[in-house]
Design a protein around this ligand. Structure first.
Ligand SMILES: Nc1ncnc2c1ncn2[C@@H]1O[C@H](COP(=O)(O)OP(=O)(O)OP(=O)(O)O)[C@@H](O)[C@H]1O
Ligand SMILES: [Mg+2]
Length: 244
């Protein structure tokens, strides 16, 4: 299988006053087309920052990202916006729906630049809402939906332009266990349908759906053994602090 995403020596630094945070600190990744990655790591390890860079929501400080044969650093703002809209479907932990719009209008929203009529856009939005099991909630606004339902609207919205790449940043983080599981199943179906899926998650159940797992520590991707050693050492320290 060919790589959909390649990163080389990827860095993102944030200057905070006099101190510098190396949020992504030299990431070399090769993501095969059609794979399903779980990205795990402690808080602050750079998972969201990495996902934002891959999704074209932010630009690296240095390094190279290639997606579907395109170098993202070579794209100007307009081309990057087209990339975000046509290649990527992004799902956030906090849903990010527009409160004043109904479920149907939220899903149709990213199609406003497409050369399709309003009725076609609504038909497409309706079809996707049915697919995520919300056929009976099309005219509800976000505040009239449960968390799990809001996240399913957000998933439908991410799919509206039929993106090849799905990026999800802790999509189940704000959901109860069973709503979270239904989101995982939808992501698994998308993967089975040929999409490449990258999910930042703390939920070990997600790993059973994933074909690969990337472990992050301090802005770097590390192997499973290093990760296990570091996180076990951390847990042991935390435990002994509690005891003493
Ligand atoms: N816009 C920003 N400005 C300054 N520092 C930032 C910014 N965004 C992230 N950081 C810092 O970069 C590091 C990585 O942040 P990131 O949000 O990628 O972590 P994360 O792994 O997603 O954590 P969490 O699991 O808590 O969501 C953190 O130390 C964070 O404080
Ligand atoms: Mg995060």
């Amino acid at each position: 299988m060919a790589a959909l995403i390649t990163t080389r020596a990827l860095h993102k630094r944030f200057q905070m006053g006099r101190s510098v945070v190396n949020a992504v600190n030299g990431v070399d990744l090769q993501i095969e087309r059609g794979s399903f990655w779980a990205i795990m790591g402690p808080s602050g390890s750079g998972k969201s920052t990495l996902l934002y860079l891959l999704g074209g929501l932010d630009r690296p400080t240095s390094g190279h990202i290639e997606v579907a044969g395109k170098s993202l650093e070579a794209l100007d703002e307009n081309a990057l916006a087209v990339y975000r809209r046509s290649t990527v479907g992004f799902i956030f932990q906090s849903f990010n729906l527009i409160p004043s719009l109904t479920a149907l209008e939220n899903v149709a929203f990213p199609m406003r630049f497409a050369h399709t009529s309003r009725s076609e856009r609504r038909a497409r939005a309706r079809e996707l809402l049915e697919r995520v099991g919300l056929g009976d909630r099309m005219n509800h606004r976000p505040t009239e939906l449960s968390g799990g339902q809001q996240q399913r609207v957000a998933v439908a919205r991410a799919l509206v332009n039929d993106p090849e790449l799905i990026l999800a940043d802790e999509p189940t983080g704000n959901l109860d266990s069973s709503s979270g599981y239904s989101i995982m199943q939808i992501l698994a179906e998308l993967h089975q349908g040929g999409r490449t899926v990258l999910v930042v998650t703390h939920d070990p159940r997600m790993q059973s759906f994933a074909s690969e797992t990337a472990f992050m520590l301090d802005g770097q991707v590390v192997d499973a053994e290093t990760y296990a050693r570091a996180t076990t050492a951390f847990a042991a320290t935390a435990g002994s602090e509690k005891v003493s």
